[in-house]
Design a protein around this ligand. Structure first.
Ligand code: GRF
Length: 215
């Protein structure tokens, strides 16, 4: 019998990465969006696109352990191939992370291992870095430190603000996240300790592109 291929996307807010994934026509039978916040904008987007949504409100649980246990119960209903964190603002317990090891991925708005944590764009600007970006990585108990799947880089220009930088990086997030999920679903990601390899990647998968700026 054909087992239903399911993707679970976990969100807490705006849901623009979730939307990019929902629009990507991924080869799965079903996508379920679960939010830790019942007021998340992303829930409305997913519903309007006809996807199943569920809320597991973190405020109804006394601690991380009980919240994560409830989240896992919900996830288990769907037996997903992959769980995708897309702006999911809760730090997950080690138990949860280890349970879903190798099938739990996240996107982070910096070129990891630089700038784990919050306010990445502001911190990058304060440091005067000239290249910034985003990273898709497998989730491990060390927050924002798991094996890297793909990164995209953007130039930091002289009049950059945290907002302009965030906008540029976000565009790239919307490119690389569906790409990483596709690779996973195609069985093309292998890892050896911390190092991920994309099998049969072509030069088109790994090019640094430029629109050709005018001077
Ligand atoms: C993104 O910047 C993502 O990298 C980070 O949280 C933000 C979520 O934005 N993890 P959205 O909800 O996907 O629009």
């Amino acid at each position: 019998m054909h087992r239903m291929k399911t993707l679970v996307i976990l969100i807490s807010g705006r849901g623009s990465n979730m939307q990019a994934l929902l629009e990507a026509e991924l080869s799965v039978d079903r996508i379920v969006v679960i939010s830790s916040n019942p007021a998340a904008e992303g829930l409305k987007i997913a519903e309007s696109m006809g996807f199943k949504t569920v809320s597991v409100d973190h405020r109804h649980f006394p601690d991380r352990e009980t919240f994560d246990a409830a989240l896992a119960v919900e996830i288990e209903r769907y037996q997903p191939e992959l769980i995708v964190l897309a702006g999911f603002m809760r730090i997950l317990t080690d138990d949860f992370v280890l349970r879903y090891q190798n099938r739990l991925i996240n996107i982070h708005p910096s070129l990891l291992p630089a700038y784990p944590g919050l306010h990445t764009h502001k911190r990058a600007l304060q440091d005067g870095v000239k290249i910034h970006g985003c990273t898709v990585h497998f989730v491990t108990p060390a927050v924002d430190h798991g094996p890297i799947v793909i990164q995209a880089a953007v130039p930091v220009v002289s009049d950059e603000t945290p907002q302009t930088l965030a906008d540029k990086v976000l565009k790239q997030e919307h490119r690389i996240y569906p790409q990483a999920v596709r690779w996973f679903l195609e069985g093309r990601l292998t890892f050896d300790d911390q190092i991920v390899t994309v099998l049969q990647a072509s030069v088109h998968d790994c090019v640094i592109y430029s629109p050709g700026l005018q001077h």
